[in-house]
Design a binder for this molecule. Structure first.
Ligand code: URA
Length: 216
């Protein structure tokens, strides 16, 4: 901070304009958070907004390319993700990697994140308060990445991104848009669901082929 700015602040404080200064400072730190992956990841790592920080091993921010055109959004970290600090690295993640390779997509073109950055105990569904507290982290990831397309993986991601409660089987197969910037969004099954319901893998494959085609 330059000497003249320090002096200006001194005068403003002396005039009792502290509140305005605090607001300016808060706005400046918000802006730098939005402009910088590293700052955002650090803010997430230090987050104590909800009780999940008490039982996490670590936060799970995201993985993949920060230049990716496709953003995958899942639900929340599981046990393995909590251990490694990376999304989709357990059994569901291994299936996801096989699907990605199977439709000819490359991890250089993909970024993966979750609705929640901390593991809910016993892998229970995220609750509304946790989603609300975590939502601006995901929004900032989307703003930084500006993906060409978002793929919501599973019911929890689809419901929270689209603000609907329709069954996933009825949501897939159609194009949606996400947020104010209207990023095209597609919906498919969660890989953990596919591990339990392998008969639906063919439908998931159709979704992924469509996504691959849209990216071309
Ligand atoms: N399931 C998710 O939704 N996200 C992960 O990171 C792992 C499993």
């Amino acid at each position: 901070m330059s000497e003249s700015v320090v002096q200006q602040r001194h005068y403003l404080r002396a005039m009792g304009i502290d509140l305005w200064l605090e607001r300016q400072e808060a706005q400046q730190s918000d802006t730098s958070l939005q402009n910088n992956w590293q700052d955002l990841e650090q803010a997430v790592a230090a987050c104590q907004r909800c009780e999940l920080h008490l039982c996490r091993k670590q936060t799970v921010f995201g993985r993949g390319s920060q230049q990716a055109r496709l953003m995958l959004i899942g639900e929340a970290p599981g046990a393995e993700e909590d251990r490694q600090g990376l999304p989709f690295v357990g059994r569901a993640g291994q299936l996801l990697d096989r699907i990605i390779a199977g439709v000819g997509l490359n991890m250089d073109d993909i970024y993966i994140a979750n609705i929640l950055k901390c593991r809910p105990p016993n892998n229970r569904d995220p609750n509304a308060a946790e989603v609300a507290q975590c939502q601006d982290y995901l929004q900032q990831q989307v703003d930084l990445l500006q993906p060409q397309l978002i793929l919501a993986l599973g019911r929890i991601a689809a419901h929270n991104l689209l603000h609907v409660s329709t069954a996933l089987s009825r949501l897939r197969g159609q194009a949606y848009v996400f947020g104010q910037t209207k990023i095209p969004l597609w919906v498919s099954y969660h890989p953990a669901y596919l591990l339990r319901n392998p008969a639906d893998k063919a439908k998931a494959y159709e979704d992924w082929l469509k996504v691959a085609e849209l990216l071309k």
